[in-house]
Ligand binder design. Structure first.
Ligand code: NAD
Ligand code: ZN
Ligand code: ZN
Length: 390
């Protein structure tokens, strides 16, 4: 089959690789009908996530048709259309029982390595490094889905792939980001990053009752989308001092909640601190450029919540811990517990509360993945989200 494989930093290729096989009784093989490229894939593509090797198959946002089932999967049938959450979860461990699906205790075969870096291991994820399981991803014609009796959700035929594909990740991620804020009527929510995750965070903050949503980015068409679809006030971080602007917009108090949907490759304000971050990241002395999370913390109003869904991999420095402590901020974060949100968010799509297709800017064949990655990374041709079809 054809699959999108890592070749080295900023290089992917579409390669012929062996078809996946059923390895365990609870596996399914899914023929992928639609798959998307995520900001999280860019961190792998750019070479900032440890333990990604040439030949690794990328992709954690995918859906398709079940073509083969292990004998223990009794809730699905061959021919079912399914969306598959990006975290792999067993459904039976203590984390899964508590709804913390991205922390499944049984899905990362390389847990020992993750423990060395992080203290404890999170769940395995599709197509997301050997540190997180080494599972082949779904930017491919076929994919093996472990614990298929737990993760995949069947989709009725009246909904298109594009309507439901983002249930695999970015819609639940934006929603969880907003939910973690504990929004109350009257609250102002600011979102850093107007990529797909930031878009859905802004839209979800609205769904959850925020009075005002402010979105920070520098890409004009992304800011325009947040304005149009989530009624957001927008701030271009290249044109203004974000901290001052946010004070001005909130009577000096700062937003009640700040969502960070940027992650480890933030662009900077061109200050010395950003130059220092960039140099340290390039020299592998730190794994992240934490500009956006720093700014979200400093901007957040006293007693507020900083909800961080941007992905980080390792260590940062110049982290404003004193600001968090002295001002009673709450930091909430995580890889999304996607399984929790599948059905409730499907209902929102069915009810017409939101039509997630608006983030799609490009539809391309899987074979054009190298061009698609390059375009999405550089935001060329007003690219906001690419859907690939095998
Ligand atoms: P994206 O790359 O399309 O969007 C990131 C946006 O951040 C871009 O529009 C960029 O211009 C903007 N940005 C860069 N520096 C900024 C700054 N200093 N201030 C404000 N905006 C800035 O990616 P995406 O798909 O929207 O994903 C966003 C982040 O969410 C990534 O880190 C991704 O890994 C992460 N993510 C996390 C989860 C999870 O489970 N927690 C799931 C999916 C994605
Ligand atoms: Zn993703
Ligand atoms: Zn589990």
């Amino acid at each position: 089959m054809k699959a999108v494989c890592f070749e080295g930093p900023t290089k992917v290729g579409v390669h012929d690789v062996p078809d996946p096989q059923i390895l365990n009784d609870r596996d399914a093989i899914v023929r992928v009908t639609s798959t998307a490229i995520c900001g999280s894939d860019l961190h792998l593509y750019d070479g900032y996530v440890p333990m990604v090797e040439p030949g690794d198959i990328f992709g954690h946002e995918f859906m398709g048709e079940v073509v083969e089932l292990g004998p223990a999967v009794t809730n699905l049938r061959v021919g079912d259309r399914v969306v598959v959450p990006f975290p792999i979860a067993c459904g039976g461990c203590r984390s899964c029982e508590r709804g913390l699906w991205s922390l499944c205790e049984n899905s990362n075969p390389n847990a020992g390595l993750a423990e060395k870096l992080m203290g404890h291991s999170p769940a395995g994820l599709f197509g997301y490094s050997h540190l997180l399981g080494g599972y082949p991803g779904g930017q491919a014609e076929y994919v093996r889905v472990p614990f298929a009796d737990v993760g995949p959700m069947r989709i009725d035929d009246d909904l298109t792939d594009e309507q439901v594909l983002f249930l695999t990740d970015v819609f639940p991620t934006g929603y969880m980001a907003a939910e973690m804020c504990g929004i109350e009527p009257g609250d102002v929510v600011a979102v850093w990053g107007a990529g797909p995750v930031g878009q859905f965070a802004a839209a979800s903050a609205r769904l959850l009752g925020a009075s005002e949503v402010i979105v920070v980015d520098r890409v004009p068409e992304r800011l325009a989308m947040a304005e149009e679809k989530a009624g957001a006030t927008t701030v271009n971080f290249e044109e203004t001092n974000v901290l001052l602007e946010l004070r001005e917009l909130t009577a000096g108090r700062g937003p009640d909640h700040c969502i960070e949907a940027v992650g480890m490759e933030a662009h900077g304000d061109f200050t010395a601190v950003h130059a220092y971050d960039k140099a340290k990241q390039l020299m592998k002395l730190q794994t992240e450029r934490p500009q956006a999370i720093r700014e979200a913390i400093l901007a957040c109003g006293n007693g507020g919540t900083v909800s961080m869904v941007g992905v980080y991999g390792g260590m940062v420095d110049k982290f404003p811990l004193g600001s968090v402590m002295n001002r009673s901020l709450t930091i909430r974060t995580g890889q999304t517990h996607v399984h929790r949100y599948l059905r409730p968010l499907l209902e929102h799509i069915r009810n017409g509360d939101i039509d997630p297709t608006y983030i799609i800017s490009h539809r391309m064949p899987l074979t054009e993945a190298p061009e698609a990655y390059d375009m999405f990374k550089h935001k060329n041709d007003e690219c906001t989200k690419v859907v690939l079809t095998p």
